[in-house]
Design a protein around this ligand. Structure first.
Ligand SMILES: Nc1ncnc2c1ncn2[C@@H]1O[C@H](COP(=O)(O)OP(=O)(O)OP(=O)(O)O)[C@@H](O)[C@H]1O
Length: 478
């Protein structure tokens, strides 16, 4: 039998001797200050947060070494704000956040932790599991990356390759200047026969690739200390469950800390999670399963499929305010819509699962760089992707569920910025409007009353057969 690759995660460790004094202070402070260090919380208790990015306009500037500098004479209100920010940075210091992390955070303009970060970081650092639900774009990634970098030997599972690559990039930015081994499980790596020799502190992967490495290459994960399931409700869906099961079993360290993060965590997932989590802290920021309040949302009736193309063209001709993300329900439809838009002299591109890795990466990079104005996408980029400054999300095809709606529109209105979402619907979508309308109302948007009084539907997913997107099939000649 092939020997298990046991050296994985034998990379960088904290030099406990060298940092003994720091560790002692940190431990004392943790015990003294942290509300999370004892058994104060259980899965049944919620830790509720409130405003997101509430204090993002600070008057404090940071030098490259992360120290605060006074810029001008401050008013009493400004002094109070400044003290608050200093207290928040102290929180990170308190939990042993090393100067390189503070410096890298400051370099990226992150002056204060967001509510989910304030809640989740100390929980994970104290070795408690957590079940975290916070709106799209509210900084969940950093909420688990920071403690993982401080603790190491972690696996992060993401539902798509794009998200796994993005999370790896984020993690590498945070450890800039330090020698950490942050790995993305690529196809090539998952086929490696050399795991024994690979140093790895944090491994980011999709379930499929990690499962392959475990099953076929005997990758040993018995020493992993943290397992994060990002977009966890997606990972608990059919199609992923077996792979997740395999990873959970392979991470056999009895003291493993497993945690779940998502903007949508339905009760059914919470129930399932209870079976694999030990006494987890439940952190809910804002309302559970709700859309970002920063996104102005509207519904547009187009009657038929033909009407959608007209509505889209009209919208673009009135005000094209890129970057814009347009979601469709399948790769076939993504290709069809792309063919239409290239005729309109719009810098459009497309991303779906039929493209190879290189093409998918190029589509994401060009959209990020602003070379692409309109990115037509399937749900492959609906979750977790952080495209900065997306002005508008257009749901060309009605989303298949309320959760899909929340994640799609959450590509806009991130990190405290405002955004917009327009959802087109046809006669066929009317019975499914109510679920999305409820989400809209909960995040403060207006919805016509008749939609809210539509009958409740039992059927959860809506992905109808639609007429193809084509000018020609609409009876118009080129
Ligand atoms: N403390 C902070 N201060 C300022 N910006 C931050 C902070 N933390 C994170 N951000 C930025 O906020 C944006 C959104 O963060 P992130 O991608 O982690 O959101 P998320 O909650 O995981 O969203 P989603 O549910 O869509 O995955 C990113 O651009 C990130 O760099």
């Amino acid at each position: 039998m092939e020997r298990a690759a046991s050296i994985l995660f034998s990379g960088v460790r904290l030099d406990r001797k060298k940092f003994a004094a720091d560790i002692a202070i940190f431990r004392q402070e943790m015990r003294r200050q942290s509300p999370f260090n004892s058994s104060n919380f259980s899965l049944d208790e919620a830790v509720d947060g409130f405003s997101l990015f509430g204090k993002s306009e600070s008057v404090v500037s940071s030098s490259s070494d992360g120290k605060m500098k006074k810029k001008k004479k401050l008013s009493a209100k400004e002094i109070e704000e400044r003290k608050q920010i200093e207290r928040q940075i102290e929180v990170l210091n308190l939990y042993g956040c090393k100067s390189f992390l503070l410096r890298n955070l400051a370099e990226r303009g992150f002056k204060e932790p967001t509510p989910i970060q304030r809640q989740a970081i100390p929980v994970l650092l104290s070795g408690r599991e957590c079940f975290a639900c916070a709106p799209t774009g509210s900084g969940k990634t950093l909420a688990f990356l920071l403690p993982l970098i401080m603790k190491l030997k972690a696996i992060i599972l993401c539902p798509t390759r794009e998200l796994a690559a993005q999370t790896t990039r984020e993690c590498k930015k945070l450890v800039k200047g330090k020698k950490f081994y942050i790995k993305l499980m690529t196809k090539e790596l998952s086929r490696s026969n050399n795991f024994e020799k690979m140093h790895c502190d944090i491994l980011v992967s999709t379930p499929l690739r990690l499962d392959y490495a475990i099953e076929k290459k005997k990758l040993d994960l018995s020493r992993v200390e943290f397992l994060i399931l990002d977009e966890s409700d997606k990972l608990f869906e059919l199609g992923f469950v077996e792979q997740i099961d395999s990873v959970v079993k392979a991470c056999s360290n009895p003291s493993i800390v497993r945690s779940l993060f998502s903007a949508t965590l339905p009760d059914s997932v919470e129930e399932l999670a209870r079976s694999i989590m030990h006494d987890a802290v439940r952190i809910i920021i804002g309302r559970k399963n709700s859309a970002s309040t920063l996104v102005k949302q509207s519904l547009v009736f187009t009657g038929t499929e033909k009407g959608k193309l007209i509505a889209l063209r009209q919208n673009f001709s009135e005000s094209l305010n890129p970057p814009i993300l347009v979601f469709v329900q399948s790769k076939e439809r993504a290709k069809e819509l792309y063919k239409e838009l290239v005729f309109d002299n719009i810098k459009a591109d497309v991303i779906h699962a039929d493209l190879n890795q290189f093409q998918r990466e190029a589509a994401v990079d060009n959209f990020r760089a602003g070379t692409t104005w309109v990115l037509i996408a399937t749900d492959v980029v609906a979750r977790g992707m952080d495209f900065k400054g997306v002005n508008c999300v257009i749901n060309y095809d009605f989303p298949e569920s309320a959760a899909a709606y929340i994640h799609r529109i959450g590509r806009s209105g991130r990190a405290g910025r405002k955004g917009e979402a327009i959802t087109l619907y046809t006669e066929e979508d009317v019975p499914f409007l109510r679920n999305v309308a409820n989400v809209m109302v909960a995040s403060g948007c207006e919805v016509p009353k008749w939609i809210l009084s539509l009958p409740k539907l039992r059927q959860k997913k809506h992905r109808p057969q639609r007429d193809s997107i084509s000018t020609l099939s609409n009876g118009q000649e080129e």
